[in-house]
Ligand binder design. Structure first.
Ligand code: VG1
Ligand code: CO
Length: 543
């Protein structure tokens, strides 16, 4: 076997976004496109000769093709061992765990997460570093810089290996181990949560529905929920990963997980409903008759985490992304622990977790996780909810009401305007950025602007800074609007408008979210001129 050097020229636009490089499959399928990016990663990341690389993905179309190529390239680039999930499957949190557990120098996670899959849809590649977390900005910048000068990639000239049988193969000097995709992850969950208590609750009648959305969590949820915790067969719906996710968006929100939502609001609702996304790092939580916003879920989990064995010693701190509601901050204050506010994207939590400054982290986009891995983790959140419900013996609705009665309620919604012309979206952001200094003191209906800025983050661990992380308009009384452009889309631009209104514990805690946010929605239009810039009169998705 020989390593072959393939001459290549750079492709434009291989800049990783919020979570890796995401493009249409047809873009990735161009001659040398994926190879250029992977070679750029191998050229710049920290790794000793003979290091271990973890590879796996969410099972979407093109996953197997890229995995085979990564293996050939890893062999020619001096890796000693590749660990690959059986069938090419590793959820994002499972990959994070495998990297950590086996001391890998890093991993390639092949996923476009909640984006749709199939020959005409999306694919993605993300590099995670030795701590199991997404590469920090310094590393993604270096990878991007390398993609702009790349002139060759190297690969062993070998046939595909068998990804479906567990076992070991040799590719040149490289050892390839096909590992069980689920076993290590399921074992980790057993160390964190009170499985006997959940099993007892299930035996006592606790019911649930889990929608795997034909994506990667199917095998994980079936093993953990049905086999280990005793929920009946059929609890996991859409549990077989499909290359095109059955033609749906594997995005666990109220639009794309509508079937689950409808079930949970119907008389036939089980006690607990949950869903996860394409790569298994997001979670949707719905109790019978009660949707829990991801921001509230973070706060409620943090307030009750001590009921799970893995967190019985308490939390060191709570971190949330800037657009995530401040509900978790109130819990942190009550617990007497620090609260951190980071830019959007899990990579910003890595340093806080590594430094032991935060234990639980979350994002409004249905991402929640802890220091057990360095990614957000959909099933982890589901299991923590189950653990809490099992120990406390209350419904989701009762737990939410009790939480709000103690901490107050942060009414919250996110409005997404998708596939906008990039120039229009950029113009909106540019105009609003220019107007920020003029906003304080201005009134929009009953709301008066207290402050407005462009969010910048100073990492308290390594001192790095990240500017332009979203535009914030803060109102007197604690309400807030945040505007930012998505960094994960593959078509035009997506504008996200995050709306938050705080209602104190003695206030109106059970009102309609749309009604409570109506003044903020009007203010967002007046402040940013969304219709003027985009010709849209309503968002595409409200979550
Ligand atoms: C979105 C979310 C962000 C999340 C990211 C990756 O990014 O807003 O909170 O971390 O997706 O999630 P953006 O830039 O489109 O707003 V996933 O599940 O795609 O790995
Ligand atoms: Co995801």
């Amino acid at each position: 076997m020989t390593a072959i050097t393939h001459a290549t020229t750079p492709y434009d636009g291989q800049k990783p976004g919020t979570s890796g490089l995401r493009k249409k499959v047809r873009v990735f399928a161009q001659q040398g496109y994926a190879e250029n990016f992977v070679q750029a990663v191998f050229d710049v990341v920290e790794r000793a000769p003979g290091s271990t690389l973890v590879v796996g993905g969410d099972g979407r179309y093109y996953n197997r093709t890229v995995i085979q190529q990564v293996i050939r390239m890893a062999a020619a680039n001096g890796y000693g061992r590749v660990l690959v999930g059986q069938g090419g499957i590793l959820s994002t949190p499972a990959a994070s765990h495998v990297i950590r557990k086996y001391g890998a120098s890093g991993g390639l996670i092949l996923s476009a997460s909640h984006n749709p899959g199939g020959p005409d849809e999306d694919f993605g590649i993300k590099y995670n570093i030795a701590n199991g977390g997404p590469a920090p900005e310094a590393v993604t910048e270096a990878i991007y810089a390398r993609t702009q000068t790349i002139d060759r990639w190297v690969a062993e000239d070998t046939p595909d290996i068998d990804l479906d049988s567990i076992g070991t193969a040799k590719v040149g000097g490289l050892t390839v181990e096909v590992i069980d995709s689920v076993a290590d992850y399921a074992a980790l969950m057993e160390t964190l949560f009170d499985f006997p208590a959940i099993r007892a609750a299930v035996a006592g009648g606790l019911t649930m529905a889990f929608d795997a959305m034909s994506a990667v969590t199917g095998p994980y949820a079936t093993e953990i929920l049905e086999r280990r915790l005793g929920f009946p067969a059929g609890t996991v719906r859409n549990g077989v990963p499909l290359e095109d996710f059955g033609g749906h968006h594997p995005d666990p929100n109220l639009v794309h997980a509508k079937d689950l939502y409808n079930l949970m609001m119907s008389p036939a609702a089980p006690d607990f409903g949950a869903a996860s996304d394409g790569d298994g790092d997001r979670n949707l939580i719905i109790g019978r008759g009660r949707f829990i916003t991801p921001s509230d879920s973070l706060a409620m989990l943090a307030a009750n985490a001590h009921l799970a064995p893995g967190y019985a010693g308490g939390l060191k701190g709570i971190a949330r992304s800037m657009p995530t509601s401040a509900a978790a901050d109130r819990v942190a204050a009550a617990l007497g622990i620090p609260a951190f506010e980071t830019p959007t994207g899990w990579k910003f939590f890595g340093n806080l977790l590594d430094a032991g400054m935060a234990t639980i982290c979350g994002e409004e986009s249905a991402g929640t996780g802890s220091d057990h891995v360095r990614e957000k983790d959909g099933l982890w959140a589901v299991l923590l909810w189950l653990n809490i419900l099992a120990v406390r013996g209350v419904s989701v609705d009762a737990l939410a009401r009790e939480h709000w009665a103690k901490f107050g309620r942060n009414y919250y919604a996110r409005h997404d305007y998708e596939a906008l012309p990039t120039e229009a979206a950029n113009a909106l952001i540019a105009d609003l950025t220019a107007a920020l200094p003029t906003l304080p003191g201005q009134a929009f209906g009953p709301l008066t602007v207290a402050a407005a800025d462009s969010f910048a983050y100073l990492d308290p661990v390594d001192g790095s800074t990240s500017a332009n992380q979203g535009l914030r308009v803060l109102f007197e009384g604690g309400s807030r609007i945040v505007f930012r452009l998505s960094g994960t889309g593959t078509e035009g631009a997506t504008l996200r408008v995050y709306l938050e209104r705080y209602e104190p514990a003695d206030g109106n805690l059970d009102a309609d979210v749309g009604v409570m946010l109506a003044d903020l929605i009007a203010a967002a239009e007046a402040i940013a001129g969304i219709t003027r810039h985009t010709a849209r009169t309503a968002p595409d998705v409200i979550t």
